[in-house]
Design a protein around this ligand. Structure first.
Ligand code: SAH
Length: 384
């Protein structure tokens, strides 16, 4: 985890708090001075540049900065590990201070290609406000906007329209990043939700808990199904739960439906009474986010204590990864994945816990099946 050490959206927040009046470019006593160009130099000790030095230069040079960089090795002791995405960057330009601070504020999270908070329409307004006067003419405005808004294309389109004064927009295909993008062609996520839902229906599950529910895509599917009485989502991430709450629009549901859904904050690492009393639990693309040595804790929490009659669990099939053209060899499908299993590894694990805790397990595959490599997603259906 590089978050405590690398420049990120946390630094942008710090800039806006510590240099709040400077970044606004206003001074009540000496307004002309705040607008005056002065020779400035900024050094960012550890800046993650996803997209490399070339991308860094494409962001700052069109704004008139002189850019110098030192690229850091992943580990200076092991040259064979290669380069890291981290640079020490110095930017020089004669400009008003508020411009430099604004450029840093917007472009640091763009280079990092990440944000520590949920991005919604507020963030569009912020970008339009901060981007006025430079972003609308920047040659990389599309990618800046897209990354700043965490790859939410619909928001990026609104922001660009706002910046360009509603001019006609070119439809440009953004670069693919992240798990969804890698699996996009197959629309695996959607297939996964449908398959898990229909498995639950076939088995007649009425009270369902979705463990590691994320932003609640499965919950939304299940909630629409009137055969299902109660839907609960649990996640360790408050951000994910807030997003789920947003997406499900719980406040706007009819009272009858409001009573059918609940969101819980909790961890699958700890025994929790709230997980008891469900017909079925789903664990969709979650176990690979848990540290492998701690899987045993999760197994006991779910299979020994919560003990639903049905458990539907999905995880990537690592063998299939070679088929994803934009996934470098040996890499996982998502940067938070701690492991990805072959079919053999998953089945051995699933059989051993089924036996240990008195369940029967059946395996299913999901997505386009390759004769040798199997399907992209593997499913274990546990019943007792
Ligand atoms: N099931 C969702 C999300 C999968 S991403 C979907 O298919 O779209 C994995 C989710 O597991 C994330 O939302 C993450 O916050 C959650 N997670 C990771 N560790 C967890 C833990 N220890 N307890 C509960 N949830 C966890």
């Amino acid at each position: 985890n590089d978050r405590p050490y690398a420049a990120s959206s946390f630094l942008s927040v710090a800039i806006s708090r510590v240099f709040g009046s400077a970044i606004s470019g206003k001074s009540s006593e000496r307004p002309e001075l705040a607008k005056t160009a002065i020779p400035l130099e900024a050094t960012i000790s550890v800046l993650p540049c996803r997209g490399g030095e070339n991308f860094l230069r494409r962001l700052f040079e069109p704004l008139g900065y002189e850019v110098s960089t030192i690229r850091h090795a992943l580990d200076p002791k092991f040259a064979e590990w290669g380069e890291s995405p981290y640079f020490t960057v110095t930017l020089k330009r004669t400009a008003p201070l508020y411009e430099l601070l604004t450029h840093l504020y917007v472009l640091i999270p763009v280079l990092d290609d990440e944000k520590h908070y949920w991005v919604g329409t507020d963030e569009v307004d912020k970008l339009i406000k901060k981007g006025v006067g430079w972003l609308e003419t920047h040659p990389e405005k599309e990618i800046i906007t897209l990354r700043y808004l965490k790859h939410r294309r619909s928001l990026a389109r609104i922001a660009l329209a706002g910046l360009l004064g509603e001019e006609e927009l070119e439809q440009e295909e953004p670069e693919a990043t992240g798990e969804d993008a890698i699996e996009e062609k197959l629309s695996l996520n959607e297939q996964r939700l449908k398959t898990v839902h229909s498995l639950l229906r076939e088995m007649g599950a009425k009270r369902i808990i979705d463990l590691g529910c994320g932003e609640g895509k499965l919950l939304r599917h299940l909630l629409r199904d009137k055969h299902i009485e109660m839907v609960t989502g649990l996640d360790v991430s408050i951000q994910a739960l807030e997003r789920a709450k947003d997406r499900l629009q719980i406040e706007n549901l009819r009272p009858k439906d409001q009573a059918r859904i609940q969101l819980l904050h909790g961890s699958l690492m700890y025994r929790d009474k709230r997980l008891e009393g469900f017909d079925a639990a789903t664990v969709v693309e979650v176990i690979e986010h848990l540290d492998q040595p701690r899987l045993a804790a999760f197994e006991r929490v779910l299979f020994e204590f919560a003990r639903p009659t049905i458990i539907v669990l999905t995880t990537p099939n690592r063998e299939y990864n070679v088929k994803f053209e934009n996934l470098p060899t040996g890499k996982f499908r998502h940067k938070d994945h701690r492991f990805e299993w072959t079919r053999g590894e998953f089945q051995a694990w699933a059989k051993s816990i089924a036996e240990k805790y008195g369940y029967i397990v059946e395996f299913k595959s999901l997505g386009e099946e390759d004769e040798k490599l199997g399907a992209p997603t593997q499913i274990g259906v546990f019943t007792r």
